[in-house]
Ligand binder design. Structure first.
Ligand SMILES: *[C@@H]1O[C@H](CO)[C@@H](O)[C@H](O)[C@H]1NC(C)=O
Ligand SMILES: *[C@@H]1O[C@H](CO)[C@@H](O)[C@H](O)[C@H]1NC(C)=O
Ligand SMILES: *[C@@H]1O[C@H](CO)[C@@H](O)[C@H](O)[C@H]1NC(C)=O
Length: 441
């Protein structure tokens, strides 16, 4: 093992300790997964293939599953894919995707699903591999690009996901995963989610999402999720939600989240329902020109109402925010609309400097208890109260939010192919990525 590959994991572990419950990522090194290379070109595939799916499935079944410590390899080059694959049950393996796979069928489902993997790494060594979804051809009527299901001790990194007909990356249950150094570029429409995650002990960092729906969003049930150094480039913004009955989310940390344009800096969204969201920290956010800013909305009309009286939100801290919304009177830079049937409490805002491009703003609270914004109530008894709207002046700590070079001013077209981006090396103003791109190792 080279010095770099010894040092990098050590640095990662110490940087990751804040909200995770243990180590994340594959338990054995990439080197130890190279005793057998399962190259799709040896399993019926060819560069320029019109359907690389069967070769991927064959390399997995006939090579990966038969050789512990193996790598499924798709070499550099362009491939079309018409047959989706579910790669189920591999242990101690890697999927090295250096080529670019383009969607060439409209079957729904997931182009690549990884299921019940353990000690697994999905990556491109040239930091240029990935999937082009050509979603404009079958908007919301085609596959998702990648789904990782009930897998443990895994990572996905250095991949580019472009224009999915539906969501780009879904992480469904499982534990101990790491997602990093990803560029996700979708269309300027709803239904183009970047990353949706639920499960336990996940570290998601250094990710850029361009789209018009979820940037990096935590769903229920989830615990010990740490999301950091996220660049939402004209995206819908990040969220926890949407939530309904039986919600169970705790120990979540988002920090260093930069959002340029789109719907919100951050939103917790539900509509009635039951269960809880607790012990959550949102630290170091920068947002520019979003529609909403810091937004809790427990009467979110796009979510079908649950049967309970409301998801209980408690112990939620927002600290060190700097941001502006487009029109702070039409849509408040801060609103805390909690459920009357489950008033939220221990909601703390510290150094949250949110303002408006129009230089005037209101804030709104309903059934919310805590501190740090004029409309919130304090006290240890938490009874419901009707919405309170206050006009606010510019916070003294507010400065016009920093920009990042490479920001978009409009989203990508909905009716034409979207160009494949490269993966950036910084995802938050002034911060380098945590681990270098694979191509630079
Ligand atoms: C995942 O790794 C941990 C050690 O980090 C280990 O205890 C656990 O058994 C692994 N999971 C599986 C399913 O092997
Ligand atoms: C509030 O949440 C933070 C962050 O998860 C945690 O460290 C703290 O212990 C929680 N406080 C209580 C009273 O649970
Ligand atoms: C973000 O926007 C910039 C400017 O157009 C672009 O260069 C960059 O590739 C975008 N990022 C992604 C992931 O689309």
């Amino acid at each position: 093992m080279g010095l770099k590959s010894i040092l990098v994991p050590l640095l990662l572990l110490s940087a990751a300790s804040a909200q995770l419950s243990g180590t994340v990522g594959p338990t054995s090194s990439l080197e130890s997964k190279q005793s057998t290379i399962c190259n799709v070109l040896d399993y019926g595939g060819s560069v320029g293939s019109s359907d690389i799916g069967p070769a991927i499935a064959s390399a997995f079944t006939n090579c990966v599953l038969k050789n512990s410590g193996s790598t499924l390899y798709v070499p550099e080059g362009d491939y079309d894919m018409q047959t989706w694959v579910t790669l189920s049950g591999g242990t101690k393996w890697a999927f090295r995707l250096d080529g670019l796979i383009s969607r060439a069928a409209t079957t729904t489902g997931n182009m690549i699903a990884i299921e019940d993997a353990d000690d697994f790494e999905f990556y491109s060594a040239n930091s240029a591999g990935g999937i082009q979804g050509y979603g404009y051809e079958c908007r919301n009527a085609g596959p998702r690009l990648v789904r990782i299901i009930t897998s443990t001790n895994w990572s996905i990194h250095d991949l580019i996901l472009v224009d999915s007909p539906e969501f780009h990356l879904v992480i469904q249950e499982g534990s101990n995963g790491e997602v990093y150094n990803m560029a996700i570029r979708g269309t300027n429409l709803g239904g183009s989610d970047g990353i949706d995650v639920w499960g336990t002990n996940y570290w998601i960092h250094d990710v850029e999402v361009t789209n018009r729906d979820e940037c990096v969003t935590v769903k229920s049930p989830a615990s010990n999720i740490q999301v950091e150094r996220i660049w939402c480039n004209q995206s819908g913004g990040s969220a926890i939600g949407s939530l309904s009955d039986g919600t169970a989310i705790e120990n979540v940390l988002y920090r260093y989240v930069y959002t340029n344009g789109g719907n919100q800096a951050f939103m917790i969204k539900s509509n009635l329902g039951s269960g809880y969201v607790r012990n959550v920290v949102f630290d170091n956010f920068i947002s520019r020109g979003t529609a909403y800013g810091l937004d809790i909305n427990q009467y979110w009309s796009s979510q079908t109402p649950g049967s309970g009286d409301g998801v209980q939100l408690s112990n939620i801290t927002f600290s060190n925010w700097d941001g502006n919304v487009v029109d702070g009177v039409a849509r408040p830079p801060i609103q805390l609309i909690c459920a009357d049937g489950a008033p939220c409490y221990d909601i703390t805002l510290t150094n949250v400097y949110m303002w408006s491009e129009t230089d005037e703003a209101i804030v709104k609270c309903e059934s919310a208890y805590g501190s740090g914004v004029s409309c919130i109530k304090s006290g240890s008894t938490h009874t419901s109260y009707a919405v309170v709207t206050s006009t606010v002046t510019k916070p003294s700590g507010y400065t016009t939010p920093t920009t990042m070079s490479g920001d978009l001013s409009t989203g990508f077209a909905t009716d034409a192919a979207i160009p494949t981006p490269t993966i950036p090396t910084s995802f938050f103003p002034g911060l380098a990525q945590i681990s270098p791109l694979a191509k630079n190792l």
